[in-house]
Design a protein around this ligand. Structure first.
Ligand code: COA
Length: 183
């Protein structure tokens, strides 16, 4: 399949926001809710795109026959890269998410991040399966975490992928500080 993965440019902004709006309209996959603050989103996306020369920000897009069908953003601070991604309905289950994710994890390694983290809604079994396949593990179940526009509080699942297993630290759940017998 002729999918191209590349970094987003300012010319992609409208398509990026349209994709986010379509996925938000589905109502059950991502945090964003309609109506989107399109101007605010545009400013945030542009800031990410413009920062891509450095080590903190990444905005990848997936194109199929020149049409934007997927996006993935990463924001890295203090070695922890936060990830979010969207594939357009109708283009899921074709390996596009996997291709974006592989490129993003490679980028995170290149910029020296020691970890990638993300959150998903507990019912997003497809996203979870995708993340688990590349090594993410659940790091927390966050009960009644996010207030929705309806007033309801939704749970979320925190997942992490450790990229640096070599630095001194703990292998399992810590009970002692590093450098002590149990640490
Ligand atoms: C979740 C999402 C990013 C996955 O992207 P995708 O392009 O559909 O995923 P892929 O085709 O690369 O699938 C890779 C693997 O993930 C798993 N997977 C993906 N979707 C799945 C589903 N609906 N059910 C079960 N497993 C699924 C499978 O293991 C799959 O491998 P396989 O096809 O060999 O079985 C995409 O469905 C999406 O954008 N959904 C809406 C927005 C969203 O949920 N964003 C993430 C928020 S945390």
């Amino acid at each position: 399949m002729p999918v191209t993965i590349r970094r987003a440019t300012p010319d992609d902004l409208d398509d990026l926001i349209d994709l986010r709006e379509c996925v938000a309209r589905e109502g059950i996959w991502i945090g964003a809710e309609l109506p989107l603050d399109r101007e605010g989103d545009r400013a945030r996306h542009l800031a990410t795109i413009e920062a891509q020369g450095g080590t903190t920000d990444l905005m990848l897009i997936a194109e199929l026959y020149g049409v934007l069908v997927g996006s993935l953003s990463m924001h890295q601070r203090v070695g922890i890269a936060d990830l979010g991604m969207n594939i357009a309905d109708g283009h899921r289950g074709q390996g596009i998410g996997s291709a974006l994710l592989a490129a993003a994890v490679e980028w995170a390694r290149e910029v020296g991040a020691h970890k990638v983290q993300l959150e998903h809604w507990p019912w997003n079994h497809g996203a979870r399966a995708l993340y688990e396949r590349v090594g993410f593990v659940e790091e927390g179940y966050r009960r009644r975490q996010y207030r929705r526009k309806s007033g309801a509080l939704w749970d979320s699942v925190l997942m992490g992928l450790v990229l640096d297993e070599d630095a001194p630290g703990h292998g399992e759940r810590a009970t002692e500080p590093p450098g002590t017998a149990g640490g």
